[in-house]
Design a binder for this molecule. Sequence first.
Ligand code: ZN
Length: 121
Amino acid sequence: MAQSTEPKTRFDIVSKGVGLIAGSLMMIIIGIVVSLTLRNEFGLSMLLMGVCFGGYGGFQIYQGMEARTKQITCPHCGEANQILSEVKSFTCVQCDKPLKLVAQRPPSSPSPRRRGTKRLS
Ligand SMILES: [Zn+2]
């Protein structure tokens, strides 16, 4: 498995944020318990860390919701993969085959054939 840990889909970002919030809730709970039972600074710092993690997790989820995605239909199995627009390579979620994401043009514009007539300088 030589797959990068970079987020490829909206779900990747959102799930990371959810994980962060889950972790932050644990920290907040532990922080409250520790500060109530032991009454030391460890509980308070745990609490603050939990709040920070939660904020970062919320930011991740927001980013995931706002992220621009594009739909790539797999030529092998026909699965429509929703991936982030900046992702350069992607493996189909259905059949695990690599998809080519090069030169995706919008379907509304047919490829213009201008050979040497006009050249933008
Ligand atoms: Zn596929």
